[in-house]
Design a protein around this ligand. Structure first.
Ligand SMILES: Nc1ncnc2c1ncn2[C@@H]1O[C@H](COP(=O)(O)OP(=O)(O)O)[C@@H](O)[C@H]1O
Ligand SMILES: CC(=O)OP(=O)(O)O
Ligand SMILES: [Mg+2]
Length: 370
């Protein structure tokens, strides 16, 4: 029987899981979608089903590796979780309300059902531990930083996977690299020497790009205005996390596929704004890097939406980015694919992400150091 780690990724709209041996392809992967519409018990039910099915796959489960979105200041490397760690991580729930509660409910359910089985936390924020001081600092009263009010960065497991995969395909991977994780949540990350040096998400899972249901960056004056009009913190949270982004602007859906298929002008405008924001932030990170050697797209939209990629790449033509339209059209998230032309100054790649692989690998490394 093969030793395997079950990786669990409770995202904002889906529960993804995979059963990974130490090396090689996953033995089993799956995804349960549409959980945000299905209500609170949907996550619990999905986890119970997973626990049951895992025992029937012919693998010896050595650990469960959980993607946990926020590790705060204390959790900067993968570690074994117990009830005390869980209590500390619960305090970060308000900073990622679409993820952290689901992530931690998953850990709690497994701790209860299999108390002897190691539960390993793998933190999105940890990959950004290399951010320089200026990227972490918020331009507000200095004393607030001591309370943990600083920029952290997210999508770290995905960026970790890209940072370790890209060098297998590109000699430019150690240079100035722009990574775009565009899914239901979305962010950009600037890599130099394979390390995160800047990213668009900061203190919470709200900053930066417009997302499926999240606003991304917004003039803080809008929040003050709404607060003075009597909006509560809960109402603001609901607006910013659940009723904004593609869904809020289109009035139709958070799903890019639905918006692409729609003839509604508001759907087209939501996509145009999403694209505009990606381009604006890409330009900002390219400026911080002092130019680009390579770009890589990932996430549900980044891997599948050729039109989005083409529009962003065309917008970056002033940096010498040239993409092959046919290669772009043919890239559907099935494999790592180059999109650049021979005369492009910047390489362009699609890299299907595998957050579960990174989480499982971290669990093996922690439990059975090589
Ligand atoms: N073929 C496709 N074309 C365009 N967008 C797609 C396609 N497949 C998936 N997506 C989009 O990817 C997004 C989900 O991305 P994903 O990374 O799976 O999200 P998360 O992990 O945050 O739940 C959705 O907006 C969905 O519409
Ligand atoms: C941090 C985050 O936004 O994650 P996801 O894209 O999985 O929603
Ligand atoms: Mg995701």
């Amino acid at each position: 029987m093969t030793d395997a780690v079950l990786a669990v990724n409770a995202g904002s709209s889906s529960l993804k899981f995979g059963l990974y041996p130490r090396q090689g392809a996953a033995l089993w992967t799956g995804q349960i979608e549409g959980l945000e519409a299905a209500g609170d018990t949907a996550f619990d039910n999905a986890l119970q089903r997973l626990l049951h099915d895992c025992t029937q796959r012919g693998a010896r489960l050595v650990a469960v590796a959980h993607r946990i979105v926020h590790g705060g200041d204390d959790f900067v490397a993968p570690c074994r979780l117990d009830a005390a760690a869980l209590r500390r991580l619960r305090r970060l729930e308000p900073l990622a309300p679409l993820h952290q509660p689901h992530n931690l409910d998953g850990v709690a359910a497994f701790l209860q059902a299999r108390p002897q089985l190691p539960q390993i936390g793998c933190f999105d924020t940890a990959f950004h531990a290399t951010l320089p001081a200026l990227e972490r600092l918020l331009p507000i009263e200095r004393t607030l930083a001591a309370q943990g009010l600083r920029r952290y960065g997210f999508h770290g497991l995905s960026y970790h996977y890209l940072a370790q995969t890209l060098p297998q395909h590109s000699a430019r991977a150690g240079g100035r690299v722009l990574l775009a994780h565009l899914g239901n949540g979305a962010s950009l990350c600037a890599l130099q020497g394979g390390r995160s040096v800047a990213t668009t998400m900061g203190f919470s899972a709200l900053e930066g790009l417009m997302m499926g249901t999240r606003s991304g960056s917004l003039d803080p004056g809008v929040l003050l205005h709404l607060l003075r009009q009597g909006w509560s913190a809960d109402a603001l949270e609901d607006l910013l996390y659940r009723r904004s982004g593609l869904k809020g602007v289109s009035g139709l859906s958070a799903d890019m596929r639905t918006l692409r298929a729609s003839a509604e002008p508001a759907a087209a405008q939501a996509i145009a704004l999403f694209t505009h924001r990606v381009l604006r932030e890409a330009g900002a990170l390219a400026a911080l890097l002092g130019g680009l050697d390579a770009i890589a797209f990932t996430g549900g939209i980044g891997e599948h939406d050729a039109r989005l990629r083409a529009d962003v790449l065309t917008g970056l033509a002033h940096l010498g980015v040239r993409h092959d339209a046919a290669a772009n059209h043919a890239a559907t998230g099935d494999a790592v694919r180059p999109l650049h032309t021979a005369d492009s100054a910047v390489e362009v790649w699609v890299v299907p992400t595998d957050e579960g692989r990174v989480a499982a690998q971290s669990a093996f490394d922690l439990l059975e150091p090589r």
